[in-house]
Design a protein around this ligand. Structure first.
Ligand code: IFM
Length: 448
């Protein structure tokens, strides 16, 4: 049996995001976010729920920190709500909002847990969306102002920063597919948003460094292996185009290569947002790449004749999670193998990995979630393999600490190591929590 032992300094964590757990959507002087507006629009969320309360983390954060401490976490990745800190996106700062994150960071450090802060995990201030949001170049300036406010306040204690979480999803799912806030269906907007998000990343990295001496700064992308459904040239090209749109549109520019050419969208539309100096700014050196990994995609071309080749992903068969996503642990290795061969970032963290299952509390008061344990165990085995190969993967964060608001699916998709009763707010650690606790304590998954 291969030994799955992790280096002593390997970072075991969990991840969450502000809108998904905090609740308190209009408490104190917090501004409205695009997600507040979206969830209050009828028909947007599958189960009709909202993140108005979610896990009520804003009020229960001490209890959550105690659970993290019991779990033995080395690190906790959370995000900061921009409209909680700057209610109108720019200008007046909310002291109540900033001091919440102050207390959270102090609470983490008191418990020996390293804070990893994400500046943007999709909750744009609605006031900025009213001025067009990410398709507008001004939003980049607004983001820089926000980054400076946050880093000036927390930069003495937070030393691990992630500028953006999954800019692909913010741009494509929010502005083109319409399934996420702000719910637009406009590809031109999505392509302008893509460039402005990446520029916001590039321009904010020096701001973070200036206000947080000796910090590690990175960006998080969601990455997938794209497999062609057959060896036909059409399927192979379709897979390459998906890879171009979702992986390489976000990896190439931060690596100084500009935007890729094998993509399904009209590249000239994306490039019409690019101004002189932008690509150099986006390619600013980072300390690590955050990788969110969940599954792979198998891609088939719908039509045979070029250039109408319209790719689609094939519905997975075999083992899937409650999201309908194929369980494919080897894909995590495939992603890192591709990164090693083609990009070679200085270091990496798996900033999200996990699975939703329809968990319930049984009569004994326990939550039995063997499928999640099996999912995590198999993915952690791949993490150990990646580390053993000498790829500089420094940490792994389970998505998620708590069951939370899973965007357009609402509260019904449970990703947590901790079950949350959304009526009472009660937290119940699942069996996977106890399993992960033993992994962290032993720094091994052998025999666990
Ligand atoms: O819940 C999300 C998270 O906000 C971003 N990455 C994927 C997770 C599961 O869908």
């Amino acid at each position: 049996m291969t030994e799955h032992r992790f280096p002593e300094d390997f970072v075991f964590g969990t991840a969450t995001s502000s809108y998904q757990i905090e609740g308190a959507w209009n408490e104190d002087d917090k501004g409205e976010s695009i997600w507040d507006r979206f969830v209050h629009t009828p028909g947007t969320i599958e189960d009709g729920t909202t993140g108005d309360v979610a896990c009520d983390h804003l009020h229960r954060w001490r209890e959550d920190l105690d659970l993290m401490s019991d779990l033995g976490l080395d690190a906790y990745r959370f995000s900061i709500s921009w409209p909680r800190v700057l209610p109108r996106g720019v200008g007046a700062v909310s002291e109540a909002g900033l001091s919440f994150y102050d207390r959270l960071v102090d609470g983490l450090l008191e418990r020996g847990i390293r804070p990893f802060a994400t500046l943007y995990h999709w909750d744009l201030p609605q006031a900025l969306q009213d001025r067009k949001g990410w398709p507008a170049r001004d939003t980049v300036d607004a983001f820089c102002e926000y980054a400076e406010v946050v880093c000036r306040r927390l930069g003495d204690r937070v030393k691990d920063w992630i500028t953006l979480n999954e800019p692909f999803v913010s741009a494509a799912v929010g502005y083109s597919e319409g399934r996420h806030a702000p719910g637009h269906r406009n590809e031109e907007e999505a392509l302008a948003a893509t460039h402005h998000l990446l520029l916001a990343h590039g321009r904010s990295v020096p701001i973070v460094r200036e206000n947080s001496p000796n910090a590690n700064v990175g960006i998080t992308h969601v990455l997938y292996p794209f497999h062609a459904a057959s060896e036909s040239d059409h399927d192979v090209l379709a897979a390459q185009r998906f890879d171009g749109a979702i992986n390489r549109t976000f990896l190439d520019p931060i690596s100084g290569r500009g935007y890729p050419s094998v993509v399904p969208y009209d590249r000239s539309v994306l490039e019409s947002s690019v101004r002189s100096g932008d690509l150099e700014r986006i390619a600013v050196p980072i300390d690590f790449l955050g990788v969110n990994y969940y599954t792979r995609h198998v891609v088939r071309s719908d039509v045979v004749a070029e250039p109408e080749n319209a790719p689609r992903t094939v519905r997975p068969s075999g083992e899937t999670t409650d999201m309908g996503w194929e369980v494919y642990p080897e894909g995590l290795f495939e992603v890192f193998d591709m990164l090693r061969r083609e990009y070679a970032f200085p270091a990496y963290h798996v900033t999200e990995n996990g699975a939703a299952y329809p968990d319930a509390v049984d009569r004994e008061g326990t939550v039995h979630d063997p499928d999640r344990v099996s999912y995590l165990r198999r993915h952690l085995a791949q993490v150990a393999r990646i580390v053993d190969e000498g790829i500089p993967l420094r940490g792994y964060f389970v998505w998620s600490l708590l069951d939370n608001f899973e965007w357009s699916f609402g509260l019904k998709k449970r990703f947590g190591l901790i079950y949350v009763d959304f009526e009472s707010g009660e937290r119940v650690p699942k069996e996977s929590y106890h399993w992960y606790k033993r992994v962290i304590a032993g720094r091994t998954i052998d025999g666990i």
